[in-house]
Ligand binder design. Structure first.
Ligand code: PMP
Length: 416
């Protein structure tokens, strides 16, 4: 018979159970004051509860995951490299994956494996670059709007974020230069290609102007590029980091989340010089290294399977979904509203105007059974409250249509 207690109740006379609940309140670091969970995380909690159609998360179309090839890659790792895969390893990442990453980045920027730091997704990369470079109170310049979880990550390192005024082509170079001269930021964080949330792809001329400002002022760039490979129309435009002189002055963040699977949590930073070492020290302190099993499986997948063919299949689907969602959305938004028309990526960005506050609209939409992300959370300050982000990739066409009907009913109630 087992001698383990059969009940979860604490043993009688145990000193722990005899005590009243602890009166200690744990201290919270100043830099976490005012930093909250992001609107998307909160929404995911709501969404797990009911029959709600979600346009909220940046979730790839799950029915197109290359599950068989990915499973075969994991099987290969356990069959061929079990001792390596299951053991502790080094912080910069597995040589196989760093090689594969360098090979992919080198299509645009000459890169060697030792210029790659593997990360647990790009989100960790964003946290690490902030953690490595920001002192509390330092300024970081971001786009208006920008990726909400980057705002959260930089805020948790104590950054003061200032939004760069932008137009239809992204951040304005003149405004960027003025802000750099006024605030001496630690770095500029940009998502130039199929931006999250706006979907905007900065054109080549504007990228060159931005690079000139950064080079002239000696300002580091953090270029976040998780969506660049998801182009379904138009021509490829080189990253800002790929422009002459910029490779030394930028950290380029890539992820396999949108091209392979976000659940695996693998990404990398391409960088040069001592900052990579500082980032590696920060990563060691946080988690020693990314999962070796996952790194080796991703390296195997990139080596043995045709990820580019997979991407070509997926973006064709995404293009159709963008077309469908945009057409139906334009039919129902009020007069004067705008909806972006991205050539790739995952998101439509709508500015509804007409006094509509999308944060207040959301609970009505959720009652109707549909969710989006209110635009407010994508602004570091002075939000445009009439904006919203909708993912067009996650749901099949008939579900998109049904979700938009529900959104239409929510808008009628708002006006009603
Ligand atoms: N950067 C941007 C701009 C994103 O949109 C996302 C995911 N939504 C990330 C980084 C994080 O991606 P991951 O950690 O899955 O690589």
């Amino acid at each position: 018979m087992s001698d383990l207690p059969t009940s979860a109740a604490p043993a009688q006379n145990s000193p722990v159970s005899a005590q009243a609940p602890s009166a200690v309140s744990f201290p919270v670091a100043d830099r976490y004051a005012g930093v909250t969970t992001t609107a998307v995380r909160d929404l995911l909690d709501v969404l797990s509860q009911g029959n709600i159609i979600s346009f909220a998360g940046g979730a790839p179309a799950a029915e197109f995951f290359a599950a068989d090839d990915i499973r075969a890659s994991f099987d290969w790792v356990f069959a061929n490299r079990p001792a390596k895969a299951l053991q502790y390893s080094s912080t910069p990442g597995e040589p196989e994956l760093r090689e594969q990453a360098a090979r992919r980045v080198s299509r645009f920027i000459p890169t060697t494996a030792d210029q790659i730091q593997v990360t647990t997704g790009s989100q960790e990369a964003i946290y690490l670059v902030g953690n490595a470079m920001i002192n509390p109170g330092d300024v970081v310049l971001v786009e208006r709007p920008t990726y909400l979880a980057a705002v959260q990550a930089f805020a948790s390192s104590g950054a003061r974020m200032i939004g760069i005024p932008s137009d239809d082509d992204g951040a304005r170079p003149d405004a960027l230069e003025d802000l750099i001269r006024e605030h001496n930021p630690k770095f500029v964080y940009l998502i130039p290609t199929f931006q999250n949330p706006s979907g905007v792809c900065m054109q080549a001329g504007r990228r060159k102007e931005i690079a000139e400002v950064l080079l002239r002022t000696g300002t580091p760039l953090v270029e976040d590029d998780p969506y660049g490979e998801l182009r379904f129309s138009g021509e490829f435009i080189p990253q800002i980091s790929a422009l002459p002189g910029m490779a030394h002055q930028s950290l380029l963040l890539n992820s396999i989340s949108k091209v392979m699977a976000p659940g695996i949590r693998v990404g990398w930073i391409r960088g040069e010089g001592p900052i990579l070492n500082t980032i590696s020290i920060a990563k060691e302190a946080i988690g020693l290294h990314s999962s070796v099993v996952d790194q080796l499986a991703v390296a195997r997948y990139l080596e043995a399977y045709d990820v580019d063919a997979h991407i070509r299949t997926v973006v064709e689907v995404y293009k159709q979904r963008r077309d469908g969602m945009r057409r139906e959305l334009l039919e129902m938004v009020p007069e004067g509203a705008t909806v972006t028309s991205p050539d790739g990526g995952m998101f439509l960005w709508a500015a509804l105007g007409n006094g509509i506050d999308t944060t207040a609209l959301l609970p009505i939409a959720v009652q109707e059974g549909v969710a989006f992300v209110p635009g407010e959370s994508f602004f570091a300050h002075d939000p445009d409250r009439s904006t919203m982000r909708l993912s067009y990739v996650t749901n099949p066409p008939e579900v998109i249509s049904e979700g938009l009907h529900r959104l239409g009913r929510a808008l009628e109630r708002w006006h009603g």
